[in-house]
Ligand binder design. Sequence first.
Ligand code: NAD
Ligand code: ZN
Ligand code: ZN
Length: 344
Amino acid sequence: MNNKMNAAVVVEFGAPLELQKWDIPTPAPGQILVKTEACGVCHTDVHAWRGDWPLKPKPPFIPGHEGIGSIVAVGTGVTTAKIGDRVGVPWLYSACGHCEYCLSAWETVCADAKYGGYTMNGGFAEYILADPNYVAQIPDGLPSAEAAPIICAGVTTYKGIKETGAKPGQWIAISGIGGLGHLAVQYAKVMGLRVCAIDVDDGKLAHAKRLGADLLVNAKASDPIETVKQGTGGGAHGVLITAPSLGAFKQGVGMTRKHGTCVLNGLPPGEFPTPLFDVVANCITIRGSFVGTRMDMAEALAFAAEGKVKADIELQPLSAINQVLERLEQGKVASRVVIDFTTA
Ligand code: NAD
Ligand code: ZN
Ligand code: ZN
């Protein structure tokens, strides 16, 4: 048997990924080995490749945290997964399981969490090692390529929408209608919210309209704060910022309704100014939100399995990874590119 696998490797921050042959890893006790069928390309992979964040991965590493495939080997002691199960290897690769956050279903902020495609090698490879306690269980009938964006973009926005506290019938403003945002629009509609979609690209806005958005705002063409306030009668009850652009953050706070919540999902490097008087005097909550728990993951996948939410995907081979990352950085990906490993 061929014991090598193809992998796209970051060898140096910002340099093109190298397509390399790596040994297929062997699962250690407690680990599983997944044969990748599909892996989505998230804007976080751009940040990882660029070394954008204070916590940095260590090159050489294999990015990708939307990998879906079947288990082909299990290490000793694994009881919760078996060969043949279809799973996803997400951003929350593993956590300690016993700190105050893990015990209270906030494993996403565990200090010992490991991150797939970042501090652990990820899905831009034909095989992925994973922790069976943290993989996503992919429902039967949901194709792997369609499941891929759900295990990061989907769960992140589903959780982010819940964290806004917006109730059915109320307004949510979603800033950034890319990989995360096009799923956020769909989750928000299923959850009974009125959706205001904001982007700087008319093509993305047209897509949001097709997905059911009630109000469209091009942040470049008009003052987005005023336009949202007018269109929603005083601001959105919930705001979800997915745009990887600092300018969108200040705008997002400004379009939040009094006593509303602005949830931050996007992670461009840097900081943004907060208008203290407005935030305090209007009782606005600004809240960070980082992927989702395993329970959020199961719920987010269930919506997709029921056909209520569907990722729009463009399939590409692993060999196209550098062009895909560049297009993503330039805002030229329509929704989500998924690397297809089944035709290689
Ligand atoms: P994407 O590139 O697919 O989509 C970004 C969208 O934002 C594009 O449609 C782009 O046109 C739009 N945009 C750019 N500037 C804008 C602006 N000023 N106003 C409004 N829209 C603007 O990216 P993605 O994969 O959806 O990821 C988005 C961000 O979310 C990244 O920073 C990523 O790292 C982060 N992210 C965070 C989490 C989390 O857990 N919090 C999870 C996944 C991704
Ligand atoms: Zn992601
Ligand atoms: Zn923990």
